[in-house]
Write a protein that binds this ligand. Sequence first.
Ligand code: NAP
Length: 530
Amino acid sequence: MICLSCTGSTNNTNLDTIIRNRDFIDIIEIRADFLESEELAGLGDFPVKAGLPCILTYRKPEDGGNNRGALTSGGKIDVDGRCQIFADAIAGGGWKYVDLEDDALSRSEIELVRAVEYEGGRVIKSFHDFNGVPDGIAERMLANSYGDRFIPKAAVMPIDSEGLIKILEAHLRLAEIKKSSNGFSCINGPFLTDYILVGMGAIGVPSRIMAGAWGSMLTYASDGDIKAAPGHLSPAELALNYNYKDLRPETSVFGIIGNPVMHSKSPAIHNAAFKAEDLDAVYLPFETTKPEVLIENAAELNLYGLSVTVPHKQAVIKSAYWLDDSVSAIGACNTLVRRTAPAGSEQGSAALTSREPASSKADGLWHGYNTDWLGFLAPIDRLLDEGRIKTPLDGGRALVIGAGGAARAVVYSLVRRGMDVTIVNRTVEKAVKLAEQFGCRGAGLDQAGSGYSIVVQTTSAGMAPDFEGNPLPDFDFTGVELAYDIIYVPEKTMFLKKAEQAGCAIMNGIGMLEAQAAEQFRLFTGRVMQ
Ligand code: NAP
């Protein structure tokens, strides 16, 4: 279930938020710590107006609650006041769940628990950890369930990928108990029919997307500027981009690893492609400083393929059992696939078929590729085929601005096409070193020269939010060059604007992004991205 956490200051604002998200949500949490004090009295008939099951929560500041809540002062909440407000609200019988911390054991809180249960509701016993993922989450949650009387909940903050794996392992244990409890086959063991477990922050995002598939009763989502907790996605993102309700424990997982990755367009591109092919697969954003942890735990994660971005393109090479020639030549790997097919085979990783999980088909060996160079060339070739540009790539002179990771793939592509390449870079030594590797010329930015049929901008100068950035502001375009900036945000950098003013044909990096993703999709699935 997708649970919309409402953080409006009035009940009406929350009702508007619910209406806006109605198509994507199954349950609502009202965060009463965000409501103005006069609104608290209006909570009684809120569930009827909302028309969905509702959870009533007033979070303490130390657990991530609003510091300026109506019942909060000096960083503490008025516990008895909260119980009174909650007791009044639930008296009508509309609230299905009330969330209380697992240390809420005062007399008034115990009476509140009884009142909730008397009205036919259930208490969620929650704990939060904003400093990491503690050991023994599953055990603490089982203790908090009091033999399935309460729904145990944990929201914890992974600070690295090991934390994410600990969350997954807690899920595996709890989901197993839940399965046997629902089948009544746990006669002498723990009994648990529902639990809620999510990881917070950017590193925890995969656990929010996979919450239901991994066993959690629900995942939380927020709509609007005030996120009820760090890492919340919107209900629409979960439902539409990630297909939340179709995800299952067997769903094949793919993703992007990098730091940061939350801005990446790759999840939208790949998940849309999985959907178009009706594949039982999902593509997740894995923000990580330790890619090897995710790679080593691939079997538990059901992980079959990864896009790799900054800063891990070199570091992951050692994790691959087999490398495509492009990786060795470019010195960077942007795609990892767990394959069944023999090394070098062009067959998709898991040879996915419609709605068929990949789990039985991979042997766990990682194969590394670089799709950036093909992605760079594909949009040029497409425009040439369509007659929209006239600059043939084969032969001729090319200028590449920049000598970073992306430049390596660009230079590799141009050299393969037989071009005479000059590389210029802010740090001259890097340009010279890269040029030596590919047998071309390397120099500083002031040595750019002229007479090129294509000029490729590969630096991050000009990328949002550096809208005025241009590594070669004085370059004298003649109007015959094809100007290609591999940046795609903004759509038109200062470099491209200047080239366009001189009459050049221009292209940005969106075509490269899409083409390299299409090639990754082919490697992941053996299918053509539509
Ligand atoms: P990188 O390895 O960090 O290299 C950055 C390059 O930019 C270096 O050559 C650096 O010069 C140069 N640079 C940075 N700031 C500069 C400035 N103010 N003036 C002049 N030069 C500057 O990064 P990368 O992986 O190559 O990525 C570079 C850009 O390509 C990013 O904007 C990235 O988003 C884009 N990209 C696009 C695609 C796509 O699919 N469209 C794919 C990959 C990358 P120094 O060596 O002197 O530091």
